[in-house]
Design a binder for this molecule. Structure first.
Ligand code: ADP
Ligand code: MG
Length: 656
């Protein structure tokens, strides 16, 4: 199966469990290991003699109790963290840190007589998944997409990439776990393939962690808007409650202290987990274990179980409500709720979540159609397919980046840069800004796409130019030009411009990283630091001049209007001298001088503006058509930034 050798796999590297998946016949599937199970517990056991990771997954999990010094789990909790960060983890988990670690130094653990970093430990889990995939596909696997919690910071993400590299996997992309889950459900697309919009909550209740994420879906791109949760809440807590009940029972019924017997404890833990799993499907389960030749057995009903665990599962409600609050959303604003993590198989958990989002009353349902413990890996496989499906990856023509190394924008009036996508934005990314024309009757607008950190277009890298043609002639400032930037998953930048009143549009596609080396990117960033002050001063002057031109134009136009005659001669004179002041200030290199002159003119024309406003409204009410009135307002003093002599679009500051 040579065709499979270059295939990219999707990996869910979990705290408790890990999985690998791949697209097959248009759908993602999880890949089973030799033992038939696709779920590989994230546990590694080491051999004291051979100094190798000799067991991973189910085989290693059994060693946790019998040879605790040789096995390690939950390494994900330590990825990319330093000594101070991991204090809480050390209290709760039997991690043995290497001796003599200094603050700020890379964490190292002692396990099985070896000293290993968390990425090295995780690499053993990845290696196992890689092996499983290679056996299944019949060829070498060297590329992967790996998922990470949405809240992972740069260091934690870097550590995950390092783990991949150590395992011999080129990590093409790190994808947020909630995003992967939403991708697995295809929530980014409608049935007809068009992109969908909406707000999605991803509730992930796993083995040792609980995460809630709220995603916004726009133009087929997921954006994580808030995350929350509890890093010490999960299925383990449920197991521990059941375990405590059984330990007490055994002490009372059989007079045996089971905690002193590691092998029996191991069997009991297994029995408890089996009972918990059975209770997700059945009304009751039998819990049985042999200790010191005696049999302990009892029936647990679903009702008893739910009562026992109510306090644990209710602890997930607080973070969900907080996440909604942080996103300024109500439960009813959530369109879809995706259930992730093995613990969401518990019916009481589903009922709780459905209740929080008021789904039943809204005629909606939780997404539980896919296996909750597989869904993240399945989504990673979908993303892997997207990345491997393009010839850009295959031919290595394009640098695959997780973030845009440099800002992207367009040239605006006066040669300044309007940045649309900021440097370091995670891709895919999209952003929209609005512009207008600078000249009355302007029918063409030049869109000049730029890359770089500098304030002026001449100092940035020119990526593309195109014209938006055929705009119906309108007063400057009236057209509303929407410029949209979209960097897709393959790093291709799509720029489109649309004049919204007339629907005229044009677009272009470019590869921002084409032919750009790391050193060039570095130089461009450093240059922007070196020139920051001068650039900002230059930009301020240009912006002040643009505004001065606008107000001069508008005032001169207003002088032709009948309302001009309603002003006194003193007012006329004051305006005339304020105009000369502004005109003189245009030559000044200090933006404050220009701004002062503008403020003076503004002050003296205030009554004129009011009179014009009144007459425009009266005109409209008096039966004149609205377009005329609208134009009157469009030419009003203080209208949006417009200026003659320039065909680049003028920026509208619609963030105010
Ligand atoms: P993580 O993402 O934290 O690595 P998972 O999503 O695989 O882990 O969740 C593992 C947890 O799910 C474990 O506590 C496991 O016992 C629990 N679990 C798995 N299946 C079921 C089930 N049918 N009912 C209840 N809990 C389950
Ligand atoms: Mg998980």
């Amino acid at each position: 199966m040579a065709e499979n050798t270059h295939r990219v796999v999707g990996i869910d590297l979990g705290t408790t469990n890990s999985l690998v998946a791949i697209m097959q016949g248009g759908a993602p599937v999880v890949i089973p290991g030799e033992d038939g199970s696709a779920i590989v517990p994230s546990v590694v056991a080491f051999d004291q003699e051979t100094h190798t990771g000799f067991a991973v997954g189910n085989a290693a999990r059994d060693m946790l109790l019998t040879q605790p010094a040789n096995a390690v789990y939950s390494a994900k909790r330590l990825m990319g963290r330093d000594l101070a960060d991991v204090e809480p983890e050390l209290k709760l988990f039997p991690f043995k840190l290497a001796e003599g670690l200094q603050a700020g130094e890379v964490l190292k653990l002692n396990v099985g007589g070896l000293t290993l970093t968390p990425p090295e430990i995780s690499a053993y889990v990845l290696l196992q998944l890689k092996k499983n995939a290679e056996r299944f596909l019949g060829g070498e696997v060297t590329k992967a997409v790996i998922t990470v919690p949405a809240y992972f910071n740069d260091a934690q993400r870097q550590a995950t990439k390092d783990a991949g590299r150590i395992a011999g996997l080129e990590v093409l992309r790190l994808v947020n776990e909630p995003t992967a889950a939403a991708l697995a459900y295809g929530l980014d697309k409608n049935a007809d393939g068009t992109s969908r919009e909406g707000t999605i909550a991803v509730y992930d209740f796993g083995g040792g962690t609980f995460d809630i994420s709220i995603l916004k879906l726009r133009d087929g791109i997921f954006e994580v808007i808030t995350t929350g949760g509890d890093t010490h809440l999960g299925g383990d807590d449920i197991d521990n409650l059941l375990l405590a009940v059984a330990i007490d029972d055994i002490r009372g019924d059989l007079g045996v202290e089971i905690t002193k017997d590691p092998a029996a404890m191991q069997s009991l833990r297994k029995a408890v987990i089996d009972a918990k799993i059975a209770l997700s499907a059945n009304d009751s389960a039998r819990l049985a274990v042999e200790v010191e030749g005696k049999l302990y057995a009892r029936e647990i009903s679903r009702a008893q179980f739910e009562q026992l665990i109510a306090s644990v599962i209710e602890r997930t409600a607080g973070p969900v409500k907080q996440a909604l609050k942080d996103a300024a959303l109500t439960p009813e604003d959530i369109d879809e709720v995706v259930m992730v993590g093995g613990s969401t198989r518990i019916p009481a958990v589903r009922a709780l979540v459905s209740g929080i989002f008021n789904l039943e009353a809204r005629g909606r349902k939780l997404h539980t159609e896919l296996n909750p413990d597989e869904v993240v890996a399945l989504g990673a496989a979908v993303q892997a397919q997207i990345l491997s499906g393009t010839d850009h990856v295959a031919t290595n023509e394009l640098l695959l980046l997780d973030v845009t190394p440099l800002s992207l924008g367009i040239e605006a009036l006066g040669g300044v840069v309007a940045k649309i996508i900021q440097r370091n934005s995670t891709i895919p990314a999209s952003a929209t800004e609005h512009f207008t024309t600078g000249v009355d009757g302007q029918t063409n607008v030049a869109i000049h796409v730029l890359q770089g950190e500098r304030e002026l277009a001449k100092d940035c890298r020119s990526l593309a130019r195109f014209d938006l043609k055929g705009i119906p002639p309108m007063v400057a400032g009236l057209p509303r030009i929407e410029v949209k930037f979209l960097i897709d998953a393959n790093g291709i930048l799509h720029v489109s411009a649309k004049e919204q009143r007339s629907g005229t549009q044009a677009q272009v596609e470019v590869k921002p990283t084409y032919g750009l080396t790391d050193e060039q990117v570095e130089t461009m960033i450093l240059d922007s630091f070196d020139n920051a002050e001068a650039d900002i001063t230059a930009r301020q002057v240009i912006e002040a001049r643009n505004e001065a031109q606008t107000i001069l134009e508008a005032t001169k136009k207003a002088r032709q209007q009948p309302v001009w005659q309603q002003l006194t001669s003193v007012e006329h004179e004051a305006i005339a001298s304020a105009i000369s002041e502004v005109e003189a200030s245009l030559k000044d290199e200090d933006h404050k001088v220009i701004r002062n002159a503008i403020a003076q003119l503004d002050k003296h024309t205030r009554r004129l503006a009011e009179l014009m406003m009144d007459s425009a409204v009266t005109g409209a009410l008096g039966g004149k058509n609205m377009a005329t009135a609208d134009e009157g307002l469009g030419g009003d003093i203080g209208a949006p930034t417009t200026a003659p002599h320039a065909f680049a679009p003028a920026q509208i500051d619609d963030k105010k």
